[in-house]
Design a protein around this ligand. Structure first.
Ligand code: AMP
Length: 551
């Protein structure tokens, strides 16, 4: 296909306000693309490489302006291009308005000299050459190549060429449009296209298969070790949401690190970041770990975490430093150690596992690795969820993830099957009016604290819940010492306390409940801190509790 024709079609899409009509236009483009279908399916989204391919053109806007200025002749400088951009606001329109072409220079000649027309595949191969240029002098090579392309482009072609190079086509075509257009053009079900796109992460390949082999061909698309898929994503949610939605929740530590997808082909491992960049080289110890542990080809999903000498987690910034490290990896490795916490298995020993339930995928993971696997607690008990969260926070992790135990792995999807537990939005300041002795190694300390809200416009306090979660050992000792002087009476493991100390407490939800004298109960109460600055009279009133419960 001529690039001029592609540009005309793209201009039509840009003019078309209705999504449905745009799908039709993209479908026609695909049906007419012939041997260039794969390239056109990418170009129309402003992509040069398939989504699984982390290769970048590595050419910033300023080099692009330089190439444009050269193609526009001696009277235009890169600064002029930038000035026009500031006026016009969009590079495609600026480019279209320049008088490009007719300039002499190395790249203006070449195999196409004499036949100036650009084809879609010319543009594709030139941009691939540009991306491949490396080492000293590569910047000049890149600018030369771009200059050559702009020099050969007609105004409308130049509009889309500039946008393509800068990765923003602005024709209103995203992944969803491409999916629907493939379905429409080649008469295959949207769901089959969607699945093949998720599995291959390559819209050009999927378009070709849909055209050449139809639905049956799409069903044959499998995961490929070495070709990363998009990561499954999580929504914010609560434990209440999880237990209402599913019979049980699979609870896991939420690690504060960076996502990695591990691809092991039976001999060596490659690692990909969340945006599918190859991060194998910066993380040699993860590569060594995986290669020593795995016996069969596999694709794993997980988080790499930076750890200190005791194996305790370090903040997320530390792992970023390792990711960015291109040189002196060995020295960086001595500074900050990293380890893998794998939490999912997408493929094992020739078998794709995307549609297998989460708990089974996790079992496969445990079979494959002897260490470095997240602990998955499957439970319908809110207290077990709270306990898992407490352990995670105490160990210095970010919190917990709640997952649907029966769910499939859906690449790129931010669905409701994975929830990252939302931090508490509101907190309440409540008076401690009772406590219970702890158990086990906490047996000689007050452990669970009875919380009360202030009666609005009256005297006294009404109970609303108990908190035992979110308290470190050190804090517990401190709380014990603070509260012991206020013990009024004891019966069994329970003590009554004189209202004196105010806790700030987080929670997920306030429910009406007969369990406590206020008529309300906190769900998932969590200790935040002692409000040293507050007396019991300053604690939150029942009126506020009622308002929050109704909100
Ligand atoms: P966020 O980045 O806040 O949207 O949270 C989602 C991210 O948490 C994922 O992309 C992972 O990188 C990370 N994460 C940490 N632990 C887990 C886990 N156990 N399961 C899934 N994702 C996790």
């Amino acid at each position: 296909m001529e690039f001029a024709e592609f540009a005309e079609r793209a201009a039509e899409m840009e003019e078309e306000p209705a999504d449905l009509e745009t799908v039709g236009l993209v479908g026609e483009l695909f049906a007419d693309a012939g041997g260039d279908l794969d390239v056109v399916a990418r170009f129309v989204q402003g992509r040069i490489f398939p989504a699984h391919d982390g290769t970048k053109l590595d050419i910033g806007p300023s080099l692009c302006y330089e190439a444009l200025a050269r193609a526009a002749g001696p009277n235009v400088t890169a600064d002029d291009v930038e000035d026009r951009l500031a006026d016009v606001g969009e590079i495609g329109a600026v480019t279209e308005g320049l008088d490009l072409g007719g300039q002499q220079g190395l790249a203006a000649f070449g195999e196409d000299a004499g036949d100036d027309g650009l084809s879609v595949s010319d543009v594709d191969s030139e941009l691939r050459n540009l991306a491949a240029a490396e080492g000293s002098g590569s910047t000049d090579t890149k600018v030369d190549t771009l200059f050559g392309l702009f020099n050969r482009a007609e105004p409308l072609e130049a509009r889309f060429l500039a946008r393509l190079v800068l990765g923003e086509m602005r024709v209103g075509v995203g992944e969803g449009t491409v999916r629907d257009a493939i379905g429409e053009a080649f008469d295959v079900p949207g769901a089959a296209v969607e699945r093949a796109l998720q599995v291959s992460n390559d819209c050009g390949l999927v378009a070709e298969i849909a055209r050449d082999d139809g639905e049956a061909g799409l069903e044959e698309v499998h995961l490929d070790v070495g070709r990363p898929v998009k990561a499954m994503l999580a929504q914010a949610g609560t434990a209440v949401d999880a237990l209402e939605e599913w019979d049980e929740a699979a609870v896991e530590t939420k690690y504060d690190g960076a996502r990695v997808q591990v691809h092991y082909d039976g001999e060596s491992a490659r690692l990909f970041s969340r945006n599918l960049e190859d991060v194998t080289d910066p993380l040699p110890e993860v590569v060594e770990f995986v290669e020593s542990e795995l016996d069969v080809p596999a694709i794993l999903d997980g988080e790499v975490v930076a750890v200190d000498d005791d194996g305790d987690p370090l903040p997320f910034q530390e792992i970023l430093r390792r990711f960015r490290r291109k040189h002196d990896v060995a020295a960086a490795r001595e500074d900050v150690a990293v380890e893998l916490q794998a939490f999912d298995c997408l493929h094992a020993d020739g078998e794709d596992l995307l549609d297998v339930p989460l708990v089974e995928r996790h079992d496969r993971l445990t079979d494959l690795l002897s260490a470095g696997v997240s602990e998955l607690v499957v439970t319908d008990d809110p207290d077990a969820i709270a306990a898992k969260e407490e352990r995670a926070l105490e160990a210095g992790h970010e919190g917990i993830m709640l997952k649907n135990p029966a769910s499939a792995y859906t690449p790129g999807n931010r669905g409701k099957n994975w929830l990252k537990r939302k931090p508490d939005v509101e907190t309440l300041d409540l008076v401690v009016t009772g406590a219970e002795w702890g158990e086990g190694r906490r047996a000689n300390l007050l452990g669970t604290f009875l919380l009360s809200a202030r009666v609005t416009d009256g005297e006294g306090y009404e109970t609303i819940g108990k908190v035992a979660t979110g308290i470190t050992d050190e804090e517990l000792e401190d709380l014990h010492e603070r509260l012991e002087p206020y013990v009024l009476s004891e019966s069994g493991t329970e003590v009554d306390l004189e209202p004196a100390v105010v806790f700030e407490v987080g929670y997920e939800e306030i429910q009406r409940s007969p369990t406590y004298s206020s008529g309300y109960a906190l769900r998932f109460p969590r200790f935040v801190t002692v409000r040293e600055d507050k007396d019991p009279e300053d604690a939150d009133s029942l009126e506020r509790v009622e308002r929050l419960a109704d909100a």
